[in-house]
Design a protein around this ligand. Structure first.
Ligand code: URA
Length: 433
C-alpha cells in the first residue's frame, strides 16, 4: 500500500492491518515522503482513532523503527518513568537523580515541549553542552557506569516518533490517545525498560482535561506494557493548576534544584516523593512505605540526590555549574508583573493559560523553527487557594523582548480568578492503574 491508500483507508474509518501499519511506519521514516502526507495521515488517525490491535502494532513498529537498547547484561532492573506532559512539570529532572540515589537504574528517552506543555529535553538544554542525541552504545555504557541516562529520539532511536512528534505539534494532532500511547510506549520499549511508571496528567494544562479520557489513555498504556510482559503502572495526577511555581526552562531547573535540596513548593515535592515511592516499590515489592519514606528523605537530606543530578549532567557533557550556583541560571531581561485586581482567594489558576503565557514569553515553540529563550517564563507569586489583597503580585513574566512580554501579559491576567470563598482542596493523585 502506498501512502495515499493508507490515508484514504484511515480517512474512511477503516482499521489498518499489522502489515499496513508496518508499511505506515516505514513511510514515516522515509524522508522522500513529504510532511504533508504524514500530516494528513496523523489527522485521519486523530479524527477517527485506532482500535487496540492497531495501537499495539503502531507502538511496536515505532519502537523497532530504529535500534532497541539491550540491558540483558546489566544487573538489576531498568526503570523508566514518563509523564504525559503538563505545565511546570519538571518531575523527571528530580526523579531520575533521586531514584538513582535510591539504587534504581534509569534509561529514559524524553521529548521536547509539545504545544503549551514543556519538555524535559528543553529543560536539560539549559546545561550548555548537554547531549540529547546519545547513541545506543553510549546510553548502554552510561547506564552501566552511572546507572542513568536521559536522551532524545534520533534517526537511530525511535526515528518514527521523532518525525511524528514534531509534526503532531505543528498540525494540532497532539491530544490523541493512539498517538500519545504509541509515542510514549514506543520510547519505553526502545529503551529496554524492565519497569514503567507513567504519570498521566489530568486537567486544563494536560493533554486531556477530563478524567475519563485520561483514564482511557492510562489503561491503554498499561495494557500495552502488560501485553509485552513489562510491569507498568499509571498514576493519574492533577494538572488543572501548574506544578510548582516556576514555568520556563531555566526557571524550572532552578525549582528542580530546590526540590532536590528538600526545599521548594510543597505540592511539587509531595508529587515527586509519591512517584519515587511507587517507582521504588515496583522494583522492591515487599518494602514498607515507612522504609521508602526514610530512604527518600535520606537521599535528599544527605545532598546525594542533588549530587546525582551533577553526575548525570556531566556524564552527558553539560555544564553543571548551575547545580550549586542556581543564581547564575539565565533569566530574560524584561519583566512585568500582574497584581490582584481585588482581594480574595485564588479560586482558579488555569494551567493551560499559564502554559500559553510561558510559550508566548519565548520559553516554548510557537513554530517548529523557533529557538527557545531558556531564560524566559513565568514565576507564580501566589498559588491556587491562597488569599491575596488588592495589588498583591500574582505572577511575573520574563521575556527577552518588550513585544513578547506584552503578548504574554495579555493572557496572564485571565488565568487567575479571585473569589470571596476559599476553594476546596485539589487532590494531587486522582486514580491509579
Ligand atoms: N510524551 C511523549 O513522549 N509523547 C506524547 O505524545 C506525549 C507526551
Amino acid at each position: 500500500m502506498n501512502i495515499k491508500e493508507l490515508i484514504t483507508k484511515k480517512r474512511d474509518r477503516k482499521a489498518l492491518s499489522s502489515q499496513e501499519i508496518g508499511q505506515l511506519v516505514k513511510l514515516v521514516c522515509d524522508p522522500e515522503v513529504p510532511d504533508y502526507q504524514i500530516s494528513a495521515l496523523l489527522m485521519a488517525i486523530f479524527l477517527n482513532g485506532m482500535d487496540d490491535m492497531e495501537i499495539a502494532s503502531l507502538t511496536k513498529n515505532m519502537a523497532y523503527s530504529g535500534e532497541v537498547l539491550d540491558f540483558s547484561n546489566e544487573p538489576g532492573p531498568i526503570l523508566d518513568k514518563h509523564s504525559t506532559g503538563g505545565v511546570g512539570d519538571k518531575t523527571s529532572l528530580i526523579l531520575v537523580p533521586l531514584l538513582n540515589e535510591l539504587g534504581l537504574k534509569i534509561a529514559k528517552l524524553s521529548g521536547k515541549g509539545l504545544g503549551h506543555t514543556g519538555g524535559t529535553l528543553d529543560k536539560l538544554s539549559v546545561f550548555d553542552g548537554f547531549r540529547i542525541d546519545l547513541s545506543k552504545n553510549e546510553i548502554q555504557r552510561q547506564v552501566g557506569k552511572i546507572g542513568m541516562a536521559i536522551t532524545g529520539q534520533t534517526e537511530f532511536l525511535v526515528p518514527a516518533d521523532k518525525r511524528i512528534y514534531t509534526l503532531r505539534d505543528l498540525t494540532c494532532t497532539i491530544e490523541s490517545i493512539p498517538l500519545i500511547a504509541s509515542s510514549i510506549m514506543s520510547k519505553k520499549i526502545a529503551c529496554g525498560a524492565g519497569h514503567i511508571l507513567l504519570d498521566v496528567k489530568v486537567g486544563s494544562g494536560a493533554m486531556f482535561s477530563d478524567l475519563e479520557h485520561a483514564s482511557m489513555l492510562a489503561r491503554q498504556m498499561v495494557s500495552i506494557g502488560t501485553a509485552l510482559n513489562v510491569p507498568t503502572r499509571a498514576v493519574l495526577t492533577d494538572m488543572s493548576v501548574p506544578l510548582g511555581s516556576c514555568i520556563g526552562n531555566a526557571l524550572e531547573v532552578k525549582e528542580a534544584i530546590e526540590i532536590l535540596k528538600g526545599e521548594g513548593d510543597l505540592r511539587l515535592r509531595t508529587l515527586c516523593f509519591e512517584l519515587a515511592a511507587r517507582a521504588f516499590q515496583m522494583v522492591n515489592e515487599n518494602i514498607e512505605y515507612q522504609e521508602i519514606d526514610y530512604q527518600i528523605n535520606r537521599a535528599i537530606n544527605s545532598g546525594n540526590a542533588l549530587n546525582k543530578l551533577k553526575v548525570l549532567v556531566e556524564a552527558q557533557g553539560g555544564n553543571s555549574e548551575y547545580i550549586y550556583h542556581p543564581e547564575r541560571l539565565p533569566l530574560a531581561l524584561h519583566q512585568s508583573s500582574v497584581a490582584a485586581p481585588n482581594s480574595g482567594y485564588i479560586s482558579r489558576l488555569d494551567a493551560r493559560k499559564i502554559g500559553m503565557v510561558s510559550m508566548l514569553s519565548g520559553a516554548g515553540r510557537v513554530k517548529k523553527e523557533d529557538i527557545l529563550d531558556l531564560g524566559a517564563g513565568v514565576i507564580l507569586e501566589a498559588n491556587f487557594g491562597q488569599y491575596v489583597r488588592t495589588g498583591d503580585p500574582l505572577a511575573s513574566i520574563f521575556a527577552s523582548s518588550q513585544s513578547k512580554l506584552a503578548e504574554a501579559a495579555d493572557v496572564l491576567q485571565s488565568a487567575f480568578e479571585i473569589s470571596q470563598q476559599a476553594p476546596g482542596d485539589l487532590p494531587l493523585i486522582l486514580k491509579e492503574y
